[in-house]
Design a protein around this ligand. Structure first.
Ligand SMILES: [Mg+2]
Length: 248
């Protein structure tokens, strides 16, 4: 029997960097009445506030929800009426510089540097450096067209695994590449959930849109958690509906 349902955010619960729609917010709220729920994303905490927390209806059982920004290098939970940071593990300045230089170099070398971009491409998330190919303010439509089959990012990733052997390089969102310290990926977040919530891996179920080798959800599967690959948030809704029906 599963106790904890774990979700990726972008591409799984909502389109990239977008808020949950009403239907998804309602389903998550119903799920939280039955199970513990956790969300692990490459995004930082402010993204969770906008995309998820502000969208959940009043009366939701927040005590059952764990929020793990930047692949689980930060952990937030709800207690005494507000969201509390349990921990945050930041990169050093030297590590950040090394990663940013390698990203610039790999993008140039790959030949896939986009001609147009919206806002900064490289974002320092404290515990993680994220490259967004079209910039952080890029419209979703442009992002969805740029690399739908992950081919461009896999080429850039192929260069980075050689130039940044001491870091983990994963593909996420629709146009992004996440670089974290060694050993920090969704598997790390999964183990943090196990240790902090004291729930064994066998009692977790994970859902994500990038559960394939090189995808940023793949480490969750590799950690040994039963995992369901979803195509998009619409498919996730059907899976949540099935879980609620089976548990009710
Ligand atoms: Mg995703």
């Amino acid at each position: 029997m599963k106790k904890l349902i774990v979700f990726d955010l972008d591409g799984t619960l909502a389109p990239s960097k977008s808020a949950l729609d009403d239907e998804m917010a309602g389903l998550l709220s119903r799920l939280l009445a039955l199970f513990e729920v956790a969300i692990i994303s490459g995004g930082d905490y402010p993204q969770f506030q906008k995309q998820v927390l502000a969208r959940l209806p009043a009366g939701t059982n927040f005590a059952n929800l764990s929020i793990l920004p930047t692949d689980g290098t930060k952990f937030f939970s709800y207690s005494s009426g507000s969201w509390q940071k349990r921990y945050s593990e930041d990169l050093s300045d030297a590590q950040k510089q090394k990663i940013e230089d390698a990203l610039q170099q790999a993008v140039t070398q790959s030949g896939f540097e986009p001609k147009e971009s919206w806002g900064e491409r490289i974002e320092d998330r404290g515990t993680q450096i994220t490259y967004s190919a079209l910039g952080q303010q890029a419209p979703l439509e442009a992002k969805q067209k740029w690399d739908p089959d992950f081919a461009k990012r896999k080429a850039i990733q192929g260069i980075l695994v050689k130039t940044l052997p001491d870091f983990a390089v994963n593909l996420g969102g629709t146009t992004s590449i996440d670089v974290t310290p060694p050993g920090i990926d969704k598997a790390y977040g999964i183990r943090k959930l196990r240790d902090i919530l004291q729930i064994p891996l066998a009692e977790m179920l994970f859902m994500g849109d990038a559960i394939f080798p090189g995808g940023n959800d793949y480490p969750a599967l590799q950690a040994g958690v039963d995992s369901i690959r979803v195509r998009d948030p619409e498919e996730t809704k059907h899976v949540i509906e099935a879980i609620i029906a089976c548990a009710s």
